[in-house]
Design a protein around this ligand. Sequence first.
Ligand SMILES: Nc1ncnc2c1ncn2[C@@H]1O[C@H](COP(=O)(O)OP(=O)(O)OP(=O)(O)O)[C@@H](O)[C@H]1O
Ligand SMILES: [Mg+2]
Length: 316
Amino acid sequence: MVELLDVSNLSISFTQYVRGLQQRELKVISDLSLNVNEGEVVAILGSSGSGKSLLAHAILGILPDNATCYGDISFKGKILTEDDKKEMRGKNICLIPQSVNYLDPLMRVSQQAIGKTKDEQDYKCKKTHQRDVFSKYGLDESVDDMYPFELSGGMARKVLLSTALLSNPELLVADEPTPGLDAKSVEETIKDIRKLAEDGKGVLLITHDIEVAIRTANRIAIFYSGYVIEINKAENFKNADNLMHPYSKALIDALPDNGFKLTEGTQPLKEETGCIYYKNCSLRKAICKDTKPLLQNVGDNKVRCHLYSEEEYDET
Ligand SMILES: Nc1ncnc2c1ncn2[C@@H]1O[C@H](COP(=O)(O)OP(=O)(O)OP(=O)(O)O)[C@@H](O)[C@H]1O
Ligand SMILES: [Mg+2]
């Protein structure tokens, strides 16, 4: 298995001003590690505000200026500098952004999708390819000459998706590619993402939609308050008993098919001293209050929970 992307101990924080000029660090991603291998789709599942888009932006090197970022992001074994990320953006590594505001308002959409071309021959080839991909997503020829303001939300989403697919990247970071799409386009998206993986590419798929994640991904990483709390095989998410972290289990139990068993509580906004799930966890132990669990291997999977940490578990 060849590793394409490796994110190692990534932390992202923002400086906030509280009461006049007093500053405070707001940590939104903490000690995040995950990887994507060639031929693999890894989905990231997490609630709103858990730091998913920031992770995508850190990989692409487009974090806002007020963000402070620590940790390493490697591509094919090489730690990327911000210059490397700029160089690879739109070529080796592509982003399907969550917001349609990423489209250039002054450029016709087909032009944006085709990008730079070497000569007439190259243009013709890319134009044909662009038309094929657009029509697959139900965008007819009249859309080619439109400007972004003329598109509906769903059309704009499809243009972003097609643009990324046309670049044929080695790694695709897809930030919520399916909301607002019709059922047929969701199926096409899943198929295209799977095809990239079958062609040996890697995909990091960020989504709220657990069904899409299970059907598309090889592995799923669960985000909770800026931490990865579990990484497990996608097929294990079909049944809560196959998962390890109490939050992952609760997430699956809350699905309509599993009887909507909702858990109480919200994700903490500020850094807790112990486990971030401590307050909401029904299986908490004394150690969980003040000691942060580390993300550790359990077989091929990973979990951040004291229940799986033998040494610490024995002490309690
Ligand atoms: N420029 C910024 N300045 C300060 N805080 C920010 C900034 N951008 C994001 N944040 C904070 O970082 C947190 C994570 O944001 P992010 O956009 O990554 O969430 P997300 O998981 O993608 O959410 P969603 O599912 O709604 O897209 C949010 O709580 C947000 O308040
Ligand atoms: Mg987001």
